[in-house]
Design a protein around this ligand. Structure first.
Ligand SMILES: [Zn+2]
Length: 259
């Protein structure tokens, strides 16, 4: 036991030395922070957190949409935005931590392509908070899958890292293999909303192993960015059409353009 303890102490000492030589830095501002993955005060200020009032379905923030006076913010809880009034979405709720802007984009790119997977620890408590309502009823936490070619290139699926950590913390089951991407889709960066919907149509399928298990399940679908919602909606439709009772969507950020 003493030997184990002394090894542990030596390891901790070595880690402290590494921290001294290479102190953990904020992934957004580069400032020295307490622990790996922590955000500096300036980073917190730079990020735009989505808060009430927002659409009770898709989570679109009304304040950013119109820039009006929202002194009656609390009253908007059950209100729907225009697109959600016009068309029933295939998900019950969509919620995100941040608006997708320069600050959150840098942070998410570091997470997605920069191997900064320790950011999972930074994002998880925030996701648990904004998704508290949907997570309290969730049976399964499901990540949006990457096509296997892209997964090999990127080495990890950032949505899967988040989904796994969320499940560990909310008591639902992490189900990585429910959805599979049956064809690779071209990057959607420059596509409009309709093109994006066409691009992902039929791109996802529920794996045959889950055809019976999925019936009646409450599912929270996890991804990094809600852009037009085309990919997320395609996944939700497939889950609902396969028998899921209810699907909600949880993402780190969402594009917020007036609509
Ligand atoms: Zn809406």
């Amino acid at each position: 036991m003493n030997y184990k303890k002394s090894v542990l102490e030596r390891c901790q000492g070595a880690l402290r030395l590494v921290d001294w030589i290479l102190p953990p830095r904020c992934p957004l501002t580069g400032q020295v922070v307490e622990v790996n993955g922590a955000l500096s005060v300036e980073a917190w200020r730079a990020l735009t957190f989505i808060s009430s009032p927002f659409c009770s379905c898709c989570g679109f923030p009304f304040e950013i949409a119109s820039g009006g006076d929202f002194s009656d913010a609390g009253e908007a809880k059950e209100e729907l935005c225009g697109p959600c009034l016009a068309e029933v979405k295939p998900y019950a709720q969509a919620r995100s931590i941040f608006a997708y802007d320069d600050a959150s984009r840098d942070l998410i790119l570091a997470f997605k392509h920069g191997d900064q997977i320790h950011l999972t620890e930074t994002f998880t408590p925030l996701l648990l908070r904004v998704g508290a309502e949907m997570l309290s009823q969730a049976d399964w936490i499901v990540p949006v899958p990457l096509h296997r070619v892209r997964l090999i290139k990127r080495r990890y699926n950032q949505a899967a890292l988040l989904a796994k950590k969320i499940a560990e913390n909310c008591g639902a089951v992490y189900q990585a293999a429910v959805l599979k991407r049956v064809r690779s889709t071209p990057p959607q960066g420059h596509m409009g909303t309709k093109e994006r919907h066409d691009n992902v149509r039929g791109a996802f399928e529920v794996h045959s192993d889950f055809r019976e298990l999925i019936v009646g399940k409450n599912i929270v679908l996890v991804d990094d960015v809600f852009t037009t919602g085309a990919t997320l909606e395609a996944c939700c439709r497939e889950l609902v059409n396969s028998g899921a009772q209810n699907v909600s969507v949880l993402t780190l950020a969402r594009v917020v353009k007036p609509h």
